[in-house]
Design a protein. Structure first.
Length: 389
């Protein structure tokens, strides 16, 4: 600096103190966390350079580190970040469809995704048609018309946990020139990698298992298709979508421990599911890793493990009895979302938007098995089931 720092007025000196061009004093294991909208260029020519980040939106070191980690997780060439899982879903769909296009979506998908399709997409001139979650690739493609652009999948289903033959559907769609997207949050990119099975857009609510501590909203979309990647990048750029450096830092921190946490979630979840299925108050448990589950063969073929989220159909009782079951629980919190360290339970029937043979004869609850000891969780569920009497 050619100006003498001692000659600067207080307002100027305080404005420029701790400038970000100072070298790092230590080499920490985590990337440096930079917060800033403005990115300073080394010279005037760099202001409009195409290969240099010129603004702080999604371009700090921590963003790049998280993207690199998610590429490795998904085995994908390109990843975009979003402020939440729903933002990732809506951003992925909006990036690849236009007015006049059609979307085929699985009937068991996440409720807010359905709301987006039925409201926003409809207003934009994009029609959505739903197909049963057990439909084959041939049955799904038979519904496709000249306007169909995208097939949206979710396997297992958000509340009812049906498995879809994602590789077969993706292959059939590609042969017809259609794109496929899958909400892969349950498998988190670790238990199932959609892009390796021909899916064009692999979507995750990183809020769930990747972040893992119920304190961060974050989402991602991964792809190996260059044209899809360009569309995703264009949408993020044109809409001004950005992820805070702090949230990106939380996502990267969670990613580092995902494998060990998810293994515990899966093992505990399966233990609790097996116990729950044997209780006299329960009609059936909806968990694809259970041998008797309708989707077990697909899960065993395509997945390397199980998550800690599953559904259970209680024998027919009044809604007040289901609420009594939930209210008796002490270790299970009553709350939406899942994938965090804590166990959660909800009653699903009030939000069911369709008829489903798997749950039509009883009351559906969903359990998120956290990192507690499964023995304690089982004892808690037993006292909850006792409240049904």
């Amino acid at each position: 600096m050619s100006l003498d720092p001692k000659s600067l007025k207080d307002a100027t000196a305080l404005t420029h103190v701790g400038a970000s061009d100072q070298p790092l004093r230590t080499r920490a294991v985590a990337p440096a966390l930079q917060r800033g909208s403005t990115v300073l260029m080394p010279d005037a020519a760099s202001l409009y350079a195409s290969d240099t980040p010129t603004y702080g939106m999604n371009s700090h070191t921590i963003h790049a580190a998280l993207v690199d980690g998610l590429k490795a997780l998904e085995h994908a060439a390109h990843v975009e970040l979003y402020t939440s899982g729903l933002a990732a879903v809506t951003g992925a769909i909006a990036a690849v469809v236009k007015a006049g296009d059609g979307v085929l979506a699985v009937d068991s998908l996440y409720g807010p995704t359905r709301r987006f399709c039925d409201s926003y997409l409809a207003r934009m001139g994009v029609a959505t048609r739903y197909f049963p979650p057990t439909a084959s690739a041939e049955e799904i493609l038979a519904l496709a018309g000249p306007a169909t652009r995208l097939i949206f999948l979710e396997s297992p289903g958000s509340l009812t946990f049906e498995m879809q033959d994602v590789p077969a559907i993706a292959a059939a769609a590609r042969a017809r020139g259609l794109l496929t997207a899958v909400d892969n949050t349950w498998a988190s990119g670790l238990l199932f990698r959609p892009v390796e099975h021909g899916v064009d857009l692999s979507i995750q609510a990183l809020t769930k298992y990747v972040c893992g501590h119920s304190d961060t909203f974050l989402g991602s979309v991964a792809t190996n298709d260059p044209e899809v990647a360009a569309a995703l990048t264009g949408y993020v750029r044109d809409t001004g979508a950005s992820v805070s450096p702090d949230d990106a830092f939380q996502g990267l921190r969670g990613l580092r421990t995902l494998e060990v946490r998810l293994k515990r979630h899966g093992e505990s979840g399966l233990a609790v599911a097996e116990w729950f299925a044997a209780q006299p108050e329960v009609l059936r448990v909806l968990h694809p890793a259970l041998p008797g589950d309708p989707g077990h063969a697909i899960w065993r073929r395509d997945f390397t493990g199980a998550a800690g989220l599953f559904g259970a159909v209680l024998k027919p009782v009044a809604r007040a009895k289901v609420e009594a079951f939930l209210n008796r629980l002490e270790l299970f919190g009553l709350g939406f979302s899942w994938g965090g360290y804590e166990s959660l339970a909800i009653h699903c029937d009030p939000q069911m938007k369709r008829n489903c043979g798997l749950v039509s004869d009883g009351q559906l609850v969903r359990l998120n098995i956290g990192l507690e000891d499964p023995t304690d969780l089982i004892a808690d569920l037993r006292q909850g089931l006792d409240a049904l009497a």
